[in-house]
Design a protein around this ligand. Sequence first.
Ligand code: ADP
Length: 266
Amino acid sequence: MSGTHALERTRLGAAGAPPAPHDHAAGAPVAVGEPLIRLRGVTKTYGMGTASFQALRGVDLDIKAGEFVAVMGPSGSGKSTVMNILGCLDTPTSGQYQFRGVPVEKLSRDQRARLRRRWLGFVFQGFNLLARTSAQENVELPLLYRGEKAADRHAMARRALAAVGLAGWEHHTPAELSGGQQQRVAIARAIVCEPAVLLADEPTGNLDSQRSVEIMELLRQLNEEQQITVLMVTHEPDMAAYARRVVRFVDGLVASDVAQQAGSGG
Ligand code: ADP
């Protein structure tokens, strides 16, 4: 089973947890360039005994606030597993994960959920919007779980939709929107709580090339203008070209980690 599914399931499942209003989980925002994510010797073993499989075999990774990182590598190389760990949806078998200096493995399940809600936004290949629910209501959902008042929810969701270029589309349901627009709604939902990090798992995997370019331009804009750190799994070199750093996994290890000039993709 691919770890991606765990990511999607848990994200949707986590939506039901009762939140504290304005739960900032652990302090002030991180300034661009400060350490945000630090993995040391992270391993992940699935299963037991002879049936066990080591999906991560000792991953070290440092990501600073404001980076735009593409995560690449062949199928089965551990990309989804590491994204699940970074997203606080799964825990390492051994090794350390520090997020903003906080040792994540020492947090309780609840504390990890709060960290996730406060600091992380998720975007998936399959959009994962509620059908028969307007764009506005889809984007308001995380705010509802966070206990925001209706008037604030409406205003914040409208702002997020405007930020992704969907002002005027608030009352459309997913069925009335194109794939590219649906992914924009999903991105608005991911940024409405003003996360420090966007974790995107093949965000253009279901889109044609023109829509893909538009979504990548949007991610770049959120990264450059709102200083959101973007971590994106992709198989496509054209999409990875938007990132300023490419981390490549092979057999559960970081095989290469290369800075690059952010190009225009396609
Ligand atoms: P990628 O995202 O790079 O395709 P994954 O992180 O999904 O790779 O998977 C890495 C390896 O771990 C694969 O061989 C996969 O079959 C295995 N794996 C992933 N999730 C599980 C699981 N829940 N149980 C057992 N094996 C798993």
